[in-house]
Design a protein around this ligand. Structure first.
Ligand code: NAP
Ligand code: F7E
Length: 332
């Protein structure tokens, strides 16, 4: 049985990854951090995870990316064959408010975990969730593994440090350390303060008469939006490759925030122009105009291709919000 450690198991990607690994019989260990509420909604609601916890195939361990000793202890105890490193402060706008914390978790946290692996399980495989944000305002389109990097926010700067560390540890120590350069990927499990989830949720709530307006920072930026479970499949392909390397995982398409709004509101029979309000509170000091990834290397070398079209992604997210509202509605 393969033993896998996931940091960020309570997040969007970590929960899909845990489900995927458990369905194939892996023993999964998840790093969780202390919080005042024990609720881990993305995991707790999954029957496969509850069953695996009861069988002892899914174990959660307290540790923190800011605490080296906890990471050393965890890796020494679990002795994983694979480590998926998905944890960190990953909100771009919040990284302007919490630059030091973002560097501590997303940047130095990766160093601490790589050291824990090097010192305790150097034969293990390591995956880093890197990001298209490292390209900043990209100098070419689409962006590939060879596109010049130029981070324009503290999150991207921290992720670039983490990606460079993966490359250093691969070269200097011969570790099987690799990275996915991930473009935006979304799902109903996305955090509520990311734009796609915010729009899907807003459209569903406005359609139900619970709210009248949706406040957004801007409608013009364009993103390469993929479906998170497709991206998670790609992560597994990267870690399962014959040799460690870095791969862009993206759809190759780009759509604006406005296009996402149009499709989401259309799905509930409304026109977004009647409800979306531009609000400077949600605008950023600097923002990337457009991302579009070239995942040709992942297709050629790993056989990975995204499968979920953009309109279907939007439809699924809106439907999930509507279903959640129906579940929450009090019985007559
Ligand atoms: P997410 O939903 O925000 O999840 C982040 C995870 O990190 C959560 O499990 C969170 O735990 C954990 N975490 C945060 N700080 C921590 C700390 N100090 N110690 C331990 N755990 C900590 O992120 P995601 O969307 O699943 O993304 C997964 C990874 O991919 C992230 O590293 C992100 O930067 C990267 N990425 C994501 C995208 C995307 O579009 N989703 C694109 C490019 C790269 P709590 O549940 O306790 O908060
Ligand atoms: O913003 C604009 C915003 O916060 C997308 C993270 O997973 O992907 C994600 O970062 C766009 C930006 O994601 C609002 O300015 C407009 O142009 O959903 P987002 P992101 O910043 O692209 C990358 C690849 C990561 O690595 C990150 O971890 O939408 N936007 N109005 C807004 N964004 C938010 N959040 N809220 C708004 O009201």
């Amino acid at each position: 049985m393969k033993r896998t450690l996931i940091t960020g198991i309570t997040g969007q990607d970590g929960s899909y990854l845990a489900e995927s690994l458990l369905s194939e019989g892996h023993e999964v260990h998840g790093l969780v951090r202390q919080a005042s509420l024990m609720q881990r909604s993305r995991l707790d609601s999954l029957p496969s995870c509850s069953a695996a916890r009861a069988e002892g195939r899914l174990k959660l361990h307290y540790a923190d990316l800011t605490d080296s000793s906890s990471l050393q202890w965890l890796v020494r105890q679990v002795k994983p064959g694979e480590i998926y490193h998905l944890a960190g402060q990953s909100h771009v706008k919040v990284s302007f408010d919490l630059p030091e914390y973002t560097a501590e978790t997303t940047g130095l946290g990766t160093l601490r975990l790589l050291e824990a692996m090097r010192q305790n399980v150097p034969e293990a495989r390591f995956f880093l969730a890197a990001t298209s944000e490292i390209f900043g305002e990209p100098s070419e389109s689409p962006q590939s593994e060879t596109t010049p990097v130029n981070p324009i926010n503290p999150y991207a700067a921290a992720k670039l440090y983490a990606l460079n560390l993966v490359r250093v540890y691969r070269k200097a120590y011969g570790l099987f350390a690799c990275a996915g350069i991930l473009f935006n990927h979304e799902s109903p499990r996305r955090g509520e303060n990311y734009v796609t989830r915010k729009i899907a949720r807003g459209a569903a709530r406005i359609a139900k008469g619970l709210e009248r307006e949706l406040h957004l920072g801007t409608l013009t930026p364009r993103r390469d939006w993929g479906w998170a479970p497709d991206t998670v499949e790609g992560m597994r392909a990267v870690l399962g490759a014959g040799r460690p390397d870095d791969y862009v995982l993206a759809t190759g398409e780009t759509h604006s925030v406005g296009e996402f709004c149009a499709l989401a509101f259309e799905a509930v029979g409304l026109d977004y122009r009647d409800h979306v309000v531009l609000d400077p509170e949600y605008a950023r000091p600097v923002d990337i105009t457009e991302t579009r990834g070239d995942a040709g290397k992942a297709a050629r070398e790993l056989g990975w291709r995204p499968r979920t079209p953009f309109p279907e992604l939007v439809r699924r997210m809106v439907e999930a919000e509507r279903a959640a509202l129906e579940e929450r509605a009090p019985a007559d």
